[in-house]
Design a protein around this ligand. Structure first.
Ligand code: ATP
Ligand code: MG
Length: 240
């Protein structure tokens, strides 16, 4: 398997605050990879640098062979980024929103195919024809994931994609993510929910205070630390 993403000693400084302090990890093609860590660890900052939305202060990021600083346009063509606080136009129906967004990527038959794919991923039945402002948080998240995946990115980046959702909705979103990965898309998610990441991710990187403190499969990390779960791994790793 080749590397879909290489993050090499990346730093981000905001003013005089170093938020990301030399993070390195790589993601293989077709993997579901999780970036985990507590609030303020630097997850969103890292995802935004990978997505070309934030300039890196130093280091190097390569997405599917393209350098985010040298070739940002090439990177943008193959990724999709779903921010944690993303929303959709509330006056549109879910379907109208998908049609509107598809118009940015294609037209005619190709755009129609994209919308059909989006409707399938969202799986909202008749409610796809309801206005977005009548959607629950879970329905909204499904619509946004559909929007992010319908243009068939090679690499999907999702920040805290299940945060604020109940057990059933979070479960269903994880199923959607598994299906996305099965269809050949490499997926990078962030979460502070270590249990969630453990059940969905092939490999994880743990970020704490701007440092990548661990990287591996959940099984490897648990074995290395003699821990029952990733939460325990994290506590042991942080406390030394
Ligand atoms: N635009 C900004 N200007 C200054 N500091 C920032 C900015 N964005 C983030 N930071 C700081 O960088 C650090 C990392 O923030 P980041 O949002 O990347 O963390 P996170 O791991 O995503 O946290 P959370 O789990 O709360 O989403 C924090 O200390 C935060 O206050
Ligand atoms: Mg964040």
């Amino acid at each position: 398997m080749t590397d879909a993403l290489i993050v090499d000693n990346v730093k981000k400084v905001y003013g005089d605050r170093e938020a990301v302090k030399g993070v390195s990890f790589s993601v293989k093609e077709g993997e579901i990879f999780g970036l985990i860590g507590p609030n303020g660890a630097g997850k969103t900052t890292t995802l935004r640098m990978i997505s070309t939305l934030l300039r890196i202060t130093s280091g190097k990021i390569t997405v599917c062979g393209y350098d985010v600083t040298e070739q940002p346009d090439d990177v943008r063509k193959i990724i999709s980024y779903l921010p944690e606080d993303a929303g959709a136009y509330k006056d549109l129906t879910g379907l109208a929103y998908l049609k509107f967004m598809a118009g940015f990527f294609a037209d005619g038959e190709e755009a129609e195919k994209m919308v059909t794919k989006g409707v399938e991923i969202a799986d909202l039945d008749d409610r796809i024809k309801s206005k977005v402002d009548t959607y629950s948080k879970g329905m909204m998240r499904r619509l946004l994931i559909a929007r992010a995946i319908m243009p068939s990115p090679k690499f999907a980046i999702m920040d805290e994609v299940t945060s604020g959702l109940d057990v059933i909705n979070a479960y269903e979103i994880r199923e959607i993510i598994r299906n996305i990965a099965k269809s050949g898309v490499t997926v990078l998610i962030s979460s502070h929910n270590m249990f969630e990441v453990e059940i969905i991710c092939d490999r994880v990187a743990m970020i704490n205070e701007g440092h990548c403190i661990l990287c591996g499969t959940p099984a490897e990390l648990k074995e290395q630390y003699g821990a029952k779960n990733l939460e325990e791994v994290f506590v042991k790793a942080v406390k030394g």
